[in-house]
Write a protein that binds this ligand. Structure first.
Ligand SMILES: [Zn+2]
Length: 326
């Protein structure tokens, strides 16, 4: 989740902490900005973009922000990740499409359509639908949907409004939710809490109808779909946030969800966001992941990193670097 908080009851959604200038560049979602296909072994991975462009200022996003430290890091970053004119980080919202010889799988489903979310989360639906079509897909082609976590921008296309009811978008798909993540948002919703990113209508519209339709698999930390896909718990940003590992013929890619929102968090792994459920735990998960992944050659697929998106982690003492694979 990146950029909005909202109430958990049925009242009209509202944002706070955002200005008009934070409105997304809704026309800036051209296909040319999409990640190139990544092939590992027998698996092909591509992305469908919902929106991209400058989004938030790092000083608004990271409570531990330090201007001098950030200035140093930003000066050495790839130009794609920061917009000096607005002082904002460049942030993409996307879904990964993973094709194997057996399955077509989506990982994370952006914000979706008809949800009634307030600006700036009212992204136009057309770019995602066009990208889905351009990938040669129909809704009935999807076999599985993984959600790294159940925030507003990761489970939106899980459902569509049909005859006044929220209905699973992909009629033949099983949706894989971590059972602890699902129950935490269910309980938070039923307590009437206001939490960043999830619960409330996000849970009611995007998650509960999938379970009620019998299309959800509520799984544990050690869930493995087959030899190709398995979960890796990385809690903190949300209660039971998970990365999705993808392996084929000795090569590996990892969809990291919101374990990181920006390359700044490779340089400063302790910089958690204002949207984290448990910022300290998010920082521990991030540092552990970066330590274990650096230098392994595993491809990293963050949801919110802009084109060219995919990258490798390199260690640099106590810090890390994100190296785009172009
Ligand atoms: Zn997110």
């Amino acid at each position: 989740m990146f950029g909005v908080c909202f109430p958990t009851d049925n009242s009209p959604l509202s944002t706070f902490g955002l200005t008009k200038r934070d409105k997304p560049h809704s026309t800036n979602t051209s296909r040319k900005g999409s990640m190139k296909n990544l092939t590992i072994g027998d698996v092909t991975i591509t992305s469908i973009i919902e929106r991209d462009g400058p989004w938030r200022r790092p000083e608004d996003m990271f409570p531990a922000y330090d201007a001098e430290i950030a200035r140093r890091h930003l000066a050495e970053f790839d130009p794609e990740v920061f917009d000096p004119a607005s002082g904002k980080m460049v942030i993409t919202y996307q879904t990964y499409v993973v094709r194997t010889s057996k399955h077509t799988i989506l990982i994370d489903t952006c914000t979706g359509e008809d949800k009634g979310y307030p600006p700036p989360m009212d992204f136009p639906k057309r770019p995602w639908l066009d990208g889905f079509k351009a990938a040669g897909l129909r809704f009935e082609d999807i076999d599985y949907v993984f959600c790294t976590h159940l925030h507003i921008d990761h489970c939106g296309w899980n459902t569509v409004l049909r005859n006044g009811r929220w209905t699973p978008t992909f009629p033949k798909a099983k949706y894989i939710f971590h059972k602890g993540e699902y129950s935490a948002w269910e309980e938070s919703t039923k307590r009437g809490e206001t939490r960043a990113g999830g619960g409330g209508n996000v849970w009611r519209y995007n998650c509960e109808p999938v379970v009620e339709a019998g299309q959800a698999l509520l799984v544990a930390d050690d869930y493995q779909l087959d030899d190709t896909f398995w979960l890796m718990p990385t809690p903190g940003h949300s209660p039971c946030h998970c990365c999705v590992n993808i392996r084929s013929h000795g090569q590996q890619a990892i969809v990291i969800g919101d374990l990181m929102h920006h390359a700044l968090q490779c340089r400063e792994p302790d910089w958690s966001t204002i949207f984290d459920w448990d910022p300290a735990q998010a920082a521990r998960s991030r540092r552990k992941f970066l330590t274990e992944t650096a230098g392994t050659g595993k491809f990293i697929l963050p949801i919110h990193f802009p084109h060219p998106t995919r990258g490798l982690i390199e260690a640099d003492g106590e810090r890390f670097r994100y190296k785009f694979v172009r």
